[in-house]
Structure formats: structure tokens, C-alpha cells
Design a protein around this ligand. Structure first.
Ligand code: APR
Length: 279
């Protein structure tokens, strides 16, 4: 399975082998990502679209062209279902990610950047557009090693990051703070706690352990508050980014659990595993 990373930025600036375009069936350019890619990549992309896709591209299918002046080598165009026009078949949206990865494999691509297909002009509900992307990428066998899910807006990026952490988490470096989080706790407080745990593990995947436990405690609590958007005290905190849209308590972080279980567990691991520098 490829590494999957949520990125906040402009897909046309990604330094990868291929970037994926949220195209339309005509394959002659448009707005959103489509417009940005054709503007940044130049006329060579449109010329290749005309030459290679004289009849356009079906919804759910994918095809490649040159990337023109873009940092990437190829653009892999795919056409998502237009939710605004009544196209509601989720299998077609999933097919966009699966077919784009198949085309990437044909090209020998090792790094690829996806936008959230259908989540803009085509108005697919955001949380489900994110879930379709994250789940399909996680379930599709591919030779691609690095996948980026690029979000233009920061709020969308935060939601993508939380969902990406649900299905794949980066490896942590030896001696890092993140390594303390490698093994999950025996029990969680509420359903948002695993999201915060994985987000902290990713945040500190390559941060060296500090010299003493007070500094570790401060660093973890500070990062937890920044990710959750509120200090982690004794109260329950609602974190919208952690809520995959299925409601219930999915987005709630239990401050009481972190104070009574999560943090003490991390401190014990710090004290007992000899990870303290100089010990
Ligand atoms: N980089 C990254 N993401 C972007 C960028 C960008 N430069 N521009 C837009 N996005 C985001 C949008 O915010 C949205 O979340 O990409 C997602 C897809 O939005 P659209 O580009 O509108 O694509 P889509 O919803 O699939 O609609 C496709 O819109 O642009 C036209 O020609 C295109 O007709 C087609 C339709």
C-alpha cells in the first residue's frame, strides 16, 4: 500500500510524477482544478487532450496526457460524477481513483497527487468525497509508492488529514516522540481519541524526544490543543475535523481520558523504555 499524505496547497505546484485532473467528459478544459492545470501546464496539455481523446472521456474513466510546463511529467485526467446534475453513483467516483492508479501503473509512476474529485463544481458532499478518495486509494493494489491528497482550502485539508490518518499512518523514527504512540492504548475514552492519537503520532513522527518529561508533556499537550482547536483539559472537546460525517460521538475527544490514561501512558513509556537521551 502506498504512503498516503494529506497536503494543503495547489495541485499544480506538486513535485510528483503525475497529477490527477478533475476533468469533464469533453476533455477540453474548464474551471477549478481543470482550469488551473491547463493554465499552469500550457497549451500542450489541451493539444494532447484533443489528440488522445477526440471523443472525450467517460465518467469514471481516466487517461493520461503530457503535463506541459507543470513540474509533473504526466497529467492523469479523470471524470467524476456530477452530483449537481443528479449523477449519484458512488461507484463511478471510486472508479476515478482506481482507474487513475491503473493508468499510473501503466506509466510506471511512483508518486501521484490527487485533488478531491467531484468535490467542487460537481458538488459531491465533501465528507463522502473524502471517504471515497481515502478508502478507494487504501483498497486499490498499485505500484505507486507515494500518494498525495491535495486540498486547496485549509478546512478541507484538516478533514482530509483526519480521514487519511484513519487508514494509514506514517512510520515513526527511532528515538522520536511519535514512537511513543506506535502502540495504541488498551482502551479509548471516546471515538475522537484515536484520531487525536494518530494525528499526534504523525505530527511527532520525526521529532526527537526532549531531554525531560516536563518538556515532553508540554510539547504533547501543546500539539494536542493545536490539532483539536482547544486545550485538552478535563472536559470533552468536539473536533469537527475528526467527525467523518456519521455523527454520534465521532468527533469528541475526552479530556478526562487523556489526563487519566493517554498522557500517563506516554509518560510511563518515556520513563521506562530508556528512550530518555543520556540514560
Ligand atoms: N489545487 C488543488 N485543489 C483544487 C484546486 C487547485 N488548484 N482548485 C480547486 N481545487 C479543489 C476544489 O476546491 C475541490 O475540492 O479540487 C476539488 C475539485 O473541484 P473541481 O475542480 O471543481 O472539480 P469537480 O468538482 O470534479 O468538477 C469538475 O469542474 O472545473 C470543472 O472542467 C471541470 O467540468 C469539470 C468540473
Amino acid at each position: 500500500m502506498p504512503s498516503v499524505t494529506a497536503v494543503h496547497g495547489d495541485i499544480t505546484a506538486q513535485q510528483v510524477d503525475a497529477i490527477v485532473n478533475a476533468a469533464n467528459r469533453q476533455m477540453r478544459g474548464g474551471g477549478g482544478v481543470d482550469g488551473a492545470i491547463h493554465r499552469a501546464g500550457g497549451p500542450a496539455i489541451l493539444a494532447d487532450c484533443v489528440a488522445r481523446f477526440p471523443a472525450g472521456l467517460a465518467t469514471g474513466d481516466a487517461g493520461w496526457t503530457t503535463a506541459g510546463d507543470l513540474p509533473a511529467t504526466w497529467v492523469i485526467h479523470t471524470v467524476g460524477p456530477n452530483h449537481a446534475a443528479g449523477e449519484r453513483d458512488r461507484a463511478l467516483l471510486e472508479s476515478c481513483y482506481r482507474r487513475a492508479l491503473e493508468v499510473a501503473d501503466e506509466l510506471g509512476v511512483t508518486s501521484i497527487a490527487f485533488p478531491l474529485i467531484s468535490a467542487g463544481v460537481y458538488a459531491w458532499p465533501l465528507d463522502d468525497a473524502i471517504a471515497a478518495a481515502v478508502e478507494t486509494i487504501a483498497q486499490t493494489p498499485t505500484g505507486v509508492e507515494h500518494v498525495r491528497l491535495v486540498s486547496f482550502s485549509e478546512p478541507t485539508h484538516r478533514r482530509v488529514r483526519a480521514q487519511v490518518l484513519r487508514v494509514s499512518s506514517p512510520s515513526t523514527e527511532p528515538g522520536s516522540i511519535g514512537r511513543l504512540f506506535d502502540e495504541g492504548p488498551p482502551v479509548w475514552g471516546t471515538r475522537g481519541d484515536p484520531y487525536l492519537w494518530r494525528a499526534l503520532r504523525a505530527e511527532f513522527a520525526s521529532t526527537p524526544l526532549p531531554s525531560d518529561r516536563a518538556e515532553l508533556h508540554r510539547a504533547v499537550m501543546s500539539a494536542a490543543g493545536a490539532i483539536a482547536g482547544a486545550p485538552i483539559g478535563d472536559e470533552t472537546v468536539y473536533v469537527a475535523d475528526f467527525d467523518p460525517g456519521h455523527g454520534m460521538s465521532a468527533g469528541h475527544v475526552s479530556g478526562a481520558w487523556w489526563q487519566s490514561t493517554g498522557l500517563p501512558l506516554l509518560m510511563e513509556r518515556f520513563d521506562s523504555s530508556g528512550l530518555r537521551p543520556g540514560h
